[in-house]
Design a protein around this ligand. Structure first.
Ligand SMILES: [Zn+2]
Length: 327
């Protein structure tokens, strides 16, 4: 097949498109507002425009594009390319993304959940390269997950495998958006970090974070920055959050025995100050044999994981199009 594929990362704010080579290099890219409050056709037009711009930015023409991959959050049928529901697009219902984009760009188009796209990117061109068994988690507002077992990205009904964020790590923990208490993401994603920092500030402890607090905006990035500067309160927050992340990582290592456990997402940018308590918890909690084979590594593709992974997914689907199962 031709080696140029378009990858699209459809977020709530922007649709980012990139023309990606077979070795995962972005040759040209473009962004358009994703118009999340408008009906689906407006957003699909934006995707098409961003794709055309990305191809033009690379100095190529549309005829050279072999396929299009589109990653977005939500529940979807990867076989038919229909998205049933997406948290980012409140007006969407049963949107035929694959068919519409495919017809507009005259190339086969495939959709995939965004967490699985990131995993495809890391597996093919990033931190998971060369592994046959990989778990990837994305730490952000929630926790996204994807499992690669024996070289296959696991999908399940409507791509629903991998909702790691809602396994319980604390029976009496914080209330989660899903209604349960102490879900993994309720204990260590974005809001948990902010709440932990605010609670410690209220106890009167001195911290460089107090200024951000008084301006009304403690953020995970501010906590990470404070910790990097040696702020004791921020370090305590990362230690607490890292412990809960580690509990979930240990559970997943025990269940899936990956060779590579890839950690990505904005919160992971806190780096070793967060990963040290994660690894410490895994050492004390995961089955020794399993943890010995599981390398816990940081994602390598950063915010390009979405577009590069969507392109890798489309390439994969084209290669396997004669088979009933993806990957
Ligand atoms: Zn939950």
């Amino acid at each position: 097949m031709a080696d140029l594929v378009l990858g699209v990362d459809l977020g709530g704010t922007n649709a980012r498109a990139a023309l990606v080579s077979a070795d995962g290099v972005i040759l040209g890219q473009a962004r358009r507002p994703s118009l999340q409050d408008q009906p689906a056709p407006a957003t699909l037009d934006q995707i098409t425009s961003a794709c055309r711009d990305a191809v033009a930015a690379a100095g190529k023409d549309l005829a050279s594009v072999a396929a299009v991959g589109i990653g977005l959050p939500g529940i979807m049928d990867v076989e038919t390319g229909v998205c049933f529901w997406s948290p980012n697009f409140p007006h969407w219902k049963d949107v035929p993304i694959g068919e519409t984009i495919g017809a507009a760009l005259k190339a086969p188009a495939f959709i995939l959940n965004d967490a699985k796209c990131a995993a495809m990117g890391e597996l093919t061109h990033g931190a998971g390269r060369g592994s046959r068994n990989m778990v990837m988690i994305t730490l952000g507002t929630g926790i996204g997950g994807a499992f690669v077992v024996d070289g296959r990205l696991l999908m399940g009904p409507n791509g629903s495998i991998g909702e790691v964020g809602h396994h319980t790590v604390h029976p009496q923990g914080r209330r989660c958006g899903c209604g349960n208490y102490g879900c993994w993401e309720a204990m260590c994603a974005r809001d948990a970090i902010i709440e932990s920092a605010e609670r410690k500030l209220q106890s009167g402890a001195p911290s460089t974070l107090r200024r951000a607090h008084e301006r009304g905006g403690v953020t995970p990035a501010a906590v990470a920055e404070g910790a990097a500067g040696g702020d004791a309160l921020c370090l305590e927050v990362l230690d607490e959050i890292g412990f809960y992340i580690g509990l979930g990582v240990a559970n997943l290592i025990n269940m899936l025995s990956p060779e590579r456990f890839v950690v990505g997402g904005g919160i992971a940018q806190a780096g070793d100050l967060l990963m040290e308590p994660v690894r410490r918890t895994v050492r004390s909690r995961a089955v020794p044999l399993q943890q010995a084979t599981a390398a816990i590594v940081m994602a390598e593709l950063g915010d390009s994981a979405g577009v590069v992974g969507a392109a890798a997914w489309a390439r994969d689907r084209c290669r396997d199009s004669s088979q009933p199962n993806p990957r």
